[in-house]
Design a protein around this ligand. Structure first.
Ligand SMILES: Nc1ncnc2c1ncn2[C@@H]1O[C@H](COP(=O)(O)OP(=O)(O)OP(=O)(O)O)[C@@H](O)[C@H]1O
Length: 457
């Protein structure tokens, strides 16, 4: 939304008309948004929406095909990140990041990991000579300061008791916090976190939220967050930008985005005919009303730069005139737009009573055809299937309704089971494309190794 755009001096990050192409694929198309200083900005969207590609452009791993990324530092200096050499982005623009996959030095202790992160500062203090390491008082001071800073962040991350343990021995959630502590040791003004809550159990998720809120409240570091866990996003974000197929489909406060029908349709990854069912399940009567009467300009990207970037269509345009076709009807946000217009045109259509908004009978009464379905979760506790990328809360509920509660059940699926599940979920090829079976195997293994510590609801 246009009201989400702060004045330039309030924006630590300003992304303008960013496009990134990989051969014929437009991973990001004409994306513009701002992240305010001192806030947590979340970048969300379904798998493959282009979130990590945006991060890679901001942090210099990719040079964008088009567009500008401006980083405004507190001291008034500004950097065009797309022009800075990769290695200068952390040092000069003060941007730090973590990755989807944990990248710690697992054989080093926690303290050593945090000292390595301060390598540049220490080398500078040494005068870049071996003698400097032993002789310069400047080095000794810098070294003591580095240890203090590392201790400070170990305390903040609630890891000080494990300071001398190898990082690889930490539980998964603690490793995630260590990565953030390590990034904070570089003194960033913008901290980019790629799915920090992925694979965390609820307790670990709460500890992560506390750490991120502490960073926000007490350091002045701004945070840009990619996250699939909506509980985390809605709880701690000040501002949310939603992507679908590389295009921005919504931009605003967590509340505005949460109630945007385009986001619900796109993010939950539902098929066209299921949009209304999803909205009913989400339980937001206002949205259901909107779908019957047309789009509400107070919600969604009606006046946002996503509209300046053009409507979401079944092709993704590129400024050089190239058009790359995505699968027909692929944009769920586009489907909502289409449905809203169609609904507005059907003036004579009577609004069906709310009680009639139920799942199609075929879906409710489908015979159980997945070979390893169970009547109930083992020990009464289901795994969090939504940790599998591609499974949202609605799909998780549907799977549960069809007797699938555990990672190992999905891990053991054969072709016929996949086909049966796709019928229930009204997906076409997504299970293989998103490798649910591979993800389920990894989660089952992790849950089993941790004595199912992290994998339960
Ligand atoms: N180096 C690359 N070469 C070719 N295609 C790429 C490359 N990196 C990303 N893509 C493609 O760009 C699109 C966006 O990918 P990206 O990883 O940015 O999505 P994402 O929103 O981060 O997805 P996820 O939530 O699954 O991590 C995808 O279609 C992906 O296959």
């Amino acid at each position: 939304m246009s009201d989400a755009s702060p004045p330039m001096n309030d924006a630590i990050l300003h992304v303008e008309h960013l496009s990134m192409k990989f051969g014929g694929l437009v991973a990001i198309g004409d994306l513009s948004f701002r992240a305010r200083r001192g806030e947590i900005t979340a970048l969300i969207g379904p798998n493959g929406a282009g979130k990590t590609t945006v991060f890679n452009c901001i942090t210099g791993f990719y040079k964008p095909s088009e567009g500008m990324i401006t980083l405004n530092r507190r001291d008034g200096s500004s950097y065009l990140l797309e022009r800075l050499p990769n290695h200068e982005i952390p040092a000069r623009a003060k941007v730090a990041r973590t990755f989807q996959n944990i990248r710690l030095f697992s054989g080093m202790t926690l303290l050593e990991n945090l000292l390595v992160a301060q390598h540049n500062k220490l080398m500078k203090a040494s005068g870049y000579t071996v003698l400097g390491l032993f002789g310069f008082s400047g080095y000794r001071t810098a070294s003591a300061e580095s240890i203090d800073l590392a201790r400070h962040w170990l305390e903040k991350a609630d890891l000080i008791d494990r300071a001398d343990d190898p990082a690889g021995d930490l539980p998964y959630g603690a490793q995630r916090r260590l990565e953030i502590a390590r990034a904070m040791c570089t003194g960033p003004e913008l901290l980019c976190l790629d799915e920090p809550a992925a694979g965390l159990n609820p307790k670990e998720s709460m500890a992560l939220n506390a750490l991120l809120m502490d960073i926000k409240d007490n350091t002045g570091t701004s945070i840009l967050l990619i996250e699939h866990d909506m509980a985390v996003v809605m709880q701690i974000s000040d501002h949310v930008v939603v992507l679908e197929y590389g295009r921005k489909i919504s931009d605003g406060s967590p509340q505005a985005v949460r109630t945007d029908p385009r986001v619900i349709a796109a993010y939950l990854g539902v098929e066209d005919e299921e949009v209304e069912t999803v909205l009913t399940e989400v339980g937001d009567e206002d949205i259901i009303e909107q779908l019957d009467t047309g789009p509400d300009s107070a919600h969604g990207p009606g006046t946002s730069s996503s509209y300046l970037a053009g409507p979401v269509t079944e092709t993704v345009g590129h400024s050089e005139g190239e058009r790359v076709t995505v699968s027909k009807g692929a944009s769920k946000a586009g489907q909502v737009d289409a449905r809203s217009s169609a609904a507005a045109n059907k003036a004579a259509k009577a609004t069906p009573p709310k009680t009639s908004r139920t799942k199609p009978a075929a879906k409710q009464n489908s015979p159980r055809a997945i070979s390893n379905a169970l009547d109930a979760p083992r020990d009464g506790i289901a795994d969090r299937l939504a940790l599998i990328k591609g499974i949202g809360p609605i799909s998780e509920k549907l799977l549960n309704q069809h007797g699938i509660f555990h990672y190992d059940q999905i891990a053991a699926w054969k072709k016929a089971d996949v086909e049966a599940a796709e019928t229930y979920l009204a997906f076409d090829g997504r299970i293989a494309r998103e490798d649910w079976i591979g993800q389920a195997k990894a989660l089952a293994k992790r849950a089993s190794a941790a004595g199912k510590r992290g994998g339960r609801k």
